[in-house]
Write a protein that binds this ligand. Structure first.
Ligand SMILES: C[S@@+](CC[C@H](N)C(=O)[O-])C[C@H]1O[C@@H](n2cnc3c(N)ncnc32)[C@H](O)[C@@H]1O
Length: 453
């Protein structure tokens, strides 16, 4: 009998009634133990899988890069397809957990097929998973749904892949919903921005370190680094501050801000400065002697320390930080050409990168945000000078955090009028812009712009 070690208070899982005789089965059990511990910890403690994994790898240095890849990719694939896998039974049951691992591996056509096969044998389930490996073509989630329904005899639906509460909190038209779910079932590539260097030159430089990137048809400084993980600190261009990781949807925000080279901007919720750096980079792209400046603020001091390091690496001047200490404005009132409020939100727009959040969050992750978002937006608005811009952004796709907050603000602040925007991917003219993950292979974001009269 093989016993799983588990971090939850529940009964340990066991493999019974079978002889574990092959080396592959022993490896499969060892991986399953690790994966069960990690999966259970995420589900029980409701902490992001990324964080739990990082802690695990820090404490378990024995795992080499291949092991890490198998563990990371299998764990994330279980979360990606959890809406279906949970229908196979209680994951605390070892047979069911082995099934979940094998089905997740097959759905994503992982290259470690012998391991996936060993999990299937250990599960005692006789599902013919070979159907997922027959076609060279990449299968859509809808095709996978049909195939898995057929081979498992469990009725499955595409809509099962998102929690019920999400359908109400983020309503989308049926056609759009299918595309959104299809996008949620795949990983977006790593997007980055070229800084202080032409994107084509950066791509050539990266190639010398075996990093293959392509540029984007949407923004002249954006590049797609594919889905393979990259050890950034070892990359020369990164050390020289010529590349910053930033999702394409997030890059939309800086592009919509359109900061002019001489302008003064305030990034009121800067975090570690993803958009602060982008704003400065956009100013310098227009004028390498740009006199413009940016003040970055956050209620947390730690990200601001990181921001200073990133700005130094990029050799960017004219960026200063000023933490919010309380509700009073940390900067001068009516002094800025532009104020960006990239507000704290449910992060439902980042579910492609964090599929675990679909299952550990609930509707409360949205419900408690609009009041805070409106409050931060209203307080920050005082810093905008007449004729200046106030940009409201979230990485949420929920109308409660987006359109509803913008409408409430507009009603309370008649001195601000909304600016019409051009969607950079669809070229539609809109007043409130949602970037959907399926439009340009990115995360989801929302942005609206006000002008102070
Ligand atoms: C969406 S994140 C910002 C991400 C950042 N702009 C970037 O591009 O990397 C929202 C930030 O708002 C900050 N925040 C939360 N509550 C806040 C408040 N009341 N005032 C100011 N910032 C706040 C959080 O600490 C978090 O860093």
């Amino acid at each position: 009998m093989t016993t799983f070690s588990t971090t939850s208070a529940k009964m340990p899982l066991t493999v019974t009634d079978m002889q574990v005789d092959s080396a592959m089965q022993r490896r499969a059990i060892s991986y399953a133990n690790t994966l069960f511990g990690l999966f259970d910890q995420v589900m029980v403690q409701k902490q992001p899988a990324d964080r739990i994994l990082a802690e695990y790898f820090r404490a378990h240095k024995q795992h080499g890069s291949k092991d890490r890849k198998v563990i990371r990719e299998t764990l994330f694939s279980v979360f990606r397809w959890w809406g279906w896998l949970k229908k196979f039974g209680d994951y605390q049951d070892s047979n069911t957990f082995f099934s979940a691992l094998s089905v997740a591996g097959a759905l994503e056509q992982h290259s470690w097929q012998p391991l996936t096969q060993a999990w299937l044998q250990l599960s005692h389930h006789s599902i013919d998973l070979s159907v997922f490996y027959q076609d060279e073509q990449v299968l859509s989630a809808a095709q996978k749904c049909q195939l898995l329904t057929h081979v498992s005899s469990i009725p499955l639906d595409l809509i099962d892949l998102v929690p019920d509460w999400f359908r109400e909190a983020c309503p989308v038209a049926e056609k759009q919903q299918t595309k959104l779910i299809e996008a949620l079932c795949t990983r977006p590539p790593i997007w980055a921005r070229a800084q202080n260097i032409d994107v084509k030159q950066l791509i050539k430089n990266l190639a010398t370190q075996e990093i293959h990137a392509i540029d984007s048809p949407h923004f002249i400084d954006a590049l797609n680094l594919g889905t393979k993980s990259i050890n950034l600190p070892s990359v020369d261009s990164y050390k020289r501050g010529q590349i910053e990781i930033q999702d394409l949807a997030s890059q939309v925000i800086g592009q919509i801000c359109q900061p002019k080279p001489h302008e003064q901007w305030w990034d009121a919720c800067s975090g570690a400065g993803g958009k602060t750096l982008q704003l400065r980079s956009l100013m310098l792209q227009q004028d390498s002697f740009s006199s413009g400046s940016i003040i970055a603020s956050d209620i947390r001091k730690k990200p601001l320390i990181e921001l200073v390091k990133r700005a130094k690496r990029a050799n960017f001047d004219n960026i200063t930080t000023m933490a919010w200490k309380d509700n009073t404005l940390p900067v001068k009132a009516a002094a800025f050409d532009g104020v960006l409020v990239d507000a704290p939100c449910s992060c439902t727009g980042t579910w492609r990168r964090n599929p675990d959040m679909r299952w550990i969050d609930d509707s409360r992750c949205i419900e408690d945000k609009p009041a805070l978002q409106l409050d931060i937006l209203s307080r920050s608005a005082a810093a905008v000078k007449t004729g200046g811009k106030l940009v409201y952004a979230t990485c949420s796709i929920s109308p409660q955090e987006n359109e509803a907050v913008v409408n409430a603000f507009a009603q309370q602040h008649p001195e601000f009028s909304q600016q019409r925007l051009t969607h950079p991917f669809t070229h539609e003219k809109v007043t409130m812009l949602t970037v959907w993950p399926q439009e340009a292979n990115s995360d989801g974001m929302f942005v609206a712009v006000f002008i102070k009269q």
